[in-house]
Design a protein around this ligand. Sequence first.
Ligand code: HAM
Length: 426
Amino acid sequence: MSSSFRAPKGVSEYVPPRADLFYAIREAFAEQARLAGYGYLELAVFEDTNLFRRGVGESTDVVSKEMYTFEDRGGRSLTLRPEFTASVLRSVLENNLHKGALPVKVWTTGPAFRAERPQQGRYRQFYQLDLEAIGSEDPQVDAETIAIAWNWYRSLGLTRVRLLLNSLGCKECRPAYRALLQDFLRGLDLDDDTRARVEINPLRVLDDKRPQVRDQVAGAPLMADHLCPACKAHHDRVRELLAGLGIGWEDTPALVRGLDYYTRTTYEFDHPLLGAQSGIGGGGRYDGLSEDIGGPPLPGIGFGLGLDRTILALEAESQQEQGAAFAVRPRCEAFGVALGDAAGRRMFTLVDELRRAGIAADMAFGGKKLKGAMKDADRSGARYAVILGERDIADGVAQVKDLAEGEQAAVPLADIITTLKERLSK
Ligand code: HAM
């Protein structure tokens, strides 16, 4: 019987062995970020509610419908972060990182919270990897962020990720386009909610998934055709750089992101095997965000990659291709089985010696007999069992058994570490 409690609805939790995969792919990302010179940030999980209102935007679903907002005991309005970018920028400014070398290159990870309708791939507590480069307008920085995400997906063995790319223009060219789009949308046959959206956030209407709206907006004017010369040059340069890196993309002129701060380059990573929640990551430029939250002019770009959906993508690919796309380092490589008290004591120190030598090792506890202990060895997933009886101790050896092949041989205790290391490296 389980306890009377369950995790709150919509929370994505991870337990072993899936949690091992979760942790390993996060570590793989940390390595990509390190290789590209991004420093790690550990941030507040809740913030002043106004940071998100002003940063992410009042007209977005994220802010208007999905925030977990509460009042603390001092009467302050706080919100569990629904995303990271506003917090990253807040922290960079608060800690004066922007007064050093630019761009400030940082990344962070952890849970984010949105009160959405839970379904496969859509949770109320979910996990992101977030990376941001703040303080440069150089299109090379745009392409660098994309390359980091791309290299991470490749390091996981994912082969079917698609990059969807667009430009949303800037404060010079977007207002005229927005007005043009509104004129077009006002002429359509739309329901009241959508009409209201036309006035507040017309770009979001382009993203409407319902067929009756979709069909009507098919001929809408597109930002890509109305970019100012500077935005067009920026966008062309990003595409040229991606081509130079061998990264394929799909120009997606109707790509609109769900957060208000985006300017110029915007992108999404999409996985075709995931159905409705196929967006496994997304990002873009936010050249006005710093000023929106009261900071100096400071352009920026970055992305948030969904860890939960990346795991679903890995599982979907490995199921289709019938092989693990990404190998998680084992939690146990050698499993100790000791028979009798003296052997149990020796085994306890031997397991610690193995761990100090970098071999993942575990042992049977509770004075189990041979049969039960060997069952534990099999369950542990270890490649080798190290079996120690009273007689072995007297002979100064242990029996090393290959659990897959079934072969067993006596190995001098003094040679156990080198023998196991050599065999495990094959
Ligand atoms: P976003 O597109 O809202 O962007 O979220 C990024 C990714 O987080 C999505 O592509 C998706 O994989 C994942 N995600 C979002 N909501 C959920 C959910 N309810 N359940 C599971 N996964 C989810 C941002 O958050 C921006 N801050 C990204 C960014 C960083 N842009 C510039 N810098």
